[in-house]
Design a protein around this ligand. Structure first.
Ligand SMILES: Nc1ncnc2c1ncn2[C@@H]1O[C@H](COP(=O)(O)OP(=O)(O)O)[C@@H](O)[C@H]1O
Ligand SMILES: [Mg+2]
Length: 381
């Protein structure tokens, strides 16, 4: 290919929207497969096919208009993706890489076989399966949907057999497959981020701390306030997992620090919430490096532009409108606080935007990010 390849993004949420923002200065042609014209990225972009990521027909039709296929999320029809690969279409990340992100049980089985550190787990169906797991590992037990979970939807902390009975009954009714996992006494949650080209060349981003509440990421602290050996180990695991899963594009590795050791929680094979800070805080954003990786262009530097950065998510509170808050957040006269709104309708707990503050030290930067996020979230009647 001599001219710049056309990248087709399956899904049109905020990640696709931020990929478009990164593609524009480099004039990388982008097409979107959006479920609805009101999706965050579809609202700002003319080159949109309307179709479903689970529909073979929609995926095949869309693929004909693109040179490379990539993803905004992993909830796609993998059989259709495999057919595209068999027909010679470039798909990054590949169906094999994507399966790890799509299926938590597959991921754990693969990581266990590789000898990577993960919490003890077991596929479970019945209440007895869970109580047997608890007999080995104690209560509480963390139960997870094997597929389709995100932002803590699909994660349950079970305190005893009654909780387990309720969950297994609900799961059977809804056709949800479960796994049980040991409850980890988490000291800190960390994330590693890597961009990798088809030939294996890669760059890693600084290791970050993610602050989660109720299974959803609220803040990201950069660089992670951890010891040098932990930072190095987190980076080593990020590279090892990216190589083992053969991921092309961005991969994020979510990690738990517990009892002074790192355990792998899960991976995402696409740009990730824990990397949004990179838009302003590093020389090359995760979105730009994702695109550069999937079209096999040279990757950009991930050097930090400031000693500290904090990203705070804007999480919907009912149907609140953030637009009135933008003005007051902007007049706060803090030119190193950057606002990103995703053009999504607000719902309780939904990620509708984020802010990133840059600064000299983590505590002060965190206060500024929190203040800006609060100003934006002021609820209007
Ligand atoms: N085994 C565990 N022990 C304790 N907390 C956990 C465990 N697994 C997940 N969590 C908490 O729930 C959050 C969401 O879990 P995760 O498996 O990452 O689901 P999701 O796909 O929704 O991101 C984690 O970031 C962590 O805060
Ligand atoms: Mg997670």
């Amino acid at each position: 290919m001599t001219s710049t390849p056309t990248v087709g993004i399956v899904g049109a949420g905020q990640l696709a929207r931020m990929m478009i923002e990164a593609a524009t200065p480099l004039d990388i042609p982008i097409r979107l497969l959006a479920a609805s014209p009101t999706d965050g990225a579809a609202r700002i972009w003319p080159h949109v096919d309307i179709g479903l990521p689970k529909s073979t027909e929609d995926l095949h039709r869309f693929a004909q208009t693109c040179d490379v296929i990539t993803f905004d999320h992993e909830l796609v029809n993998l059989d259709a993706i495999r057919e595209l690969e068999a027909a010679g279409k470039l798909v990054y990340p590949s169906s094999n890489s994507l399966l790890h992100a799509q299926d938590k049980l597959h991921q754990r089985t693969a990581f266990e076989a590789l000898g990577l550190p993960i919490p003890p787990y077991r596929a479970v169906v019945t209440t007895e399966d869970i109580t047997a797991f608890a007999a080995d590992h104690g209560w509480p037990v963390v139960a997870k949907a094997q597929r389709d979970g995100y932002d803590g939807r699909g994660v349950w902390v079970l305190d005893g057999p009654d909780d387990a009975a309720q969950l297994t009954a609900d799961a059977a009714t809804n056709g949800v497959k479960l796994l049980a996992e040991r409850f980890v006494p988490i000291q800190q949650e960390l994330a590693g981020l890597i961009a990798r080209r088809p030939g294996g060349e890669f760059v890693t981003y600084p290791i970050v701390e993610t602050v989660q509440r109720n299974g959803i990421c609220h803040e990201v602290l950069v660089p992670a306030p951890v010891s040098e050996p932990i930072r190095r180990r987190a980076e080593e695991l990020t590279v090892a997992v990216a190589e083992a899963t053969g991921v092309v594009g961005i991969m994020a590795l979510e990690l738990f620090l517990a009892d002074g050791e790192l355990l792998i929680n899960e991976i995402a094979t696409r740009p990730h919430n824990s990397g949004h800070f990179s838009i302003e805080a590093t020389a090359t954003s995760q979105f730009e490096n994702h695109l550069r990786a999937v079209i096999d262009w040279p990757l950009g530097s991930t050097r930090l532009r400031s000693p500290a950065a904090v990203m705070a998510n804007l999480l919907g509170r009912g149907q609140n409108d953030v637009s009135p808050g933008v003005r007051s957040a902007l007049t706060a006269d803090d030119s190193e606080v950057h606002i990103h709104l995703y053009g999504k309708e607000s719902r309780d707990g939904r990620k509708i935007g984020h802010v990133t503050a840059l600064g000299d030290d983590l505590d002060q930067t965190r206060r500024r990010a929190t203040k800006a996020a609060e100003e934006l979230m002021v609820t209007t009647a």
